[in-house]
Design a protein around this ligand. Structure first.
Ligand SMILES: Cc1ncc(COP(=O)(O)O)c(C=O)c1O
Length: 362
């Protein structure tokens, strides 16, 4: 992939610019954001904190770190707060300066961009659609002698594959022997009902070659505000703090994070609805002519469109005319031009997506 021509989902502004600048009428399935939208508790916290913007934000992000520490059961000394998880990906790559990184693909493209920006070479391992893109940890371990950092999305974006902790620990163990840092991106873990089975957080004390990245922008619907964190051994955490802007997380985002993590009602409701809707949307997509959706674990679904004869770019263009945005996945290494991804939204919106897709495909 040419890292310069990366394309993300969620570019509603580009869609609006082409149509006279308004966002009215857009339904964005191209970014994987909680369809319940901004929690009321978070909105209140933001409004109540507006007066604080006359001061610099708390450099320690103390209240936010306390909230993260108690919600995710990690010592505060392991936490670095970030202006989104992606900021910390770049801080990490620039402070550790890996020479060669391993990325199982298809994968979120910022792993590669951050690694290359820090001067690293990139090696891919390809996961195959015949195996539902499942990662083979054993074969991954064979590459460890050639690299000094490996990136794993768990759950992975765009495929939604999930690995249990037992398998990931095998990788962490082999990586530690080989002196390889493992960057585990758990940015979508909050969407998973039994996320405790999959998170590597309990392994942080044992493995100082583990960094966990976690976004709060997807689950709490605040991608425009930006908030995330990294978890790592205190030695590495100190390096990340030394390498980042001291005021990287603004006051509104800090207050939003504290309110979000306290909002159990929103958390439970979100997981309940999304879990139910993802299965319904999967069934609906499977029933459409020529589409092969992959079984989702999380709030997005990867779809092979090849049997329909329509490339993802073509479907994207046709749906965009009606204000429906989907993710054309053709720029993911390891995917053909016949892969697209859609976010799971509320029942009514998912129905609308299925109706529009059906009109194009029939
Ligand atoms: C796997 C993955 N990690 C991280 C991010 C970005 O998170 P943030 O908005 O917190 O920077 C994304 C965004 O699409 C993602 O897909």
């Amino acid at each position: 992939m040419n890292a310069d021509n990366h394309v993300h989902g969620g570019n509603v502004y580009a869609w609006a610019r082409e149509r006279g600048g308004t966002l009215n009428g857009v339904l964005d399935y191209s970014a994987n954001i909680n369809p319940l939208g901004l929690p009321a508790s978070v909105q209140t916290a933001i409004v109540q904190s507006v007066g604080q913007v006359i001061h610099y934000p708390d450099v320690e992000a103390a209240l936010l770190k306390t909230a993260i520490s108690s919600y995710y059961q990690v010592d505060a000394t392991y936490i670095t707060a970030g202006n989104g998880a992606v900021e910390l990906l770049y801080v990490l790559a620039h402070s550790l300066r890996p020479k060669r990184v391993l990325i199982p693909v298809p994968a979120f493209c910022e792993y590669e961009r951050a690694a290359r920006a820090a001067g690293a070479d990139v090696e891919y391992v390809y996961a195959s659609p015949e195996h539902n893109f499942a990662l083979d940890v054993k074969s991954l371990c064979d590459y460890l002698s050639r690299v000094d950092m490996v990136f794993i999305g768990n759950p992975s974006n765009p495929t939604g594959t999930l690995l249990p902790v037992s398998q990931l620990e095998q990788l962490l163990f082999a990586a530690r022997q080989a002196k390889v840092m493992v960057v585990m991106d758990e940015s979508f873990m909050d969407f998973i009902i039994d996320g405790g089975k999959y998170t590597c957080r309990p392994l942080l004390k044992q493995y100082d070659n583990l960094v966990i990245l976690h976004s709060l922008t997807k689950f709490y619907a605040i991608p425009g505000l930006r908030l995330g964190f990294a978890l790592a051994h205190p030695r590495l955490t100190a390096r990340l703090h030394a390498a980042k802007d001291p005021w990287n997380v603004n006051s509104l985002a800090q207050a939003a994070g504290v309110a979000a993590l306290a909002d159990q009602e929103y958390q439970q409701k979100s997981r309940g609805i999304i879990n139910c809707e993802k299965d319904a949307l999967y069934e609906g997509l499977k029933a459409l002519p020529g589409l092969k959706p992959f079984m989702p674990s999380v709030n997005y679904i990867l779809i092979d469109t090849s049997l329909s004869g329509y490339s993802a770019a073509c479907l994207r263009q046709r749906l965009a005319a009606s204000g429906i945005l989907i993710r054309d996945c053709s720029n993911y290494p390891g995917l053909s031009p016949y892969y697209m991804r859609v976010a799971v939204k509320l029942a009514e919106q998912n129905k609308m997506l299925l109706e529009h897709l059906e009109q194009v495909l029939r």
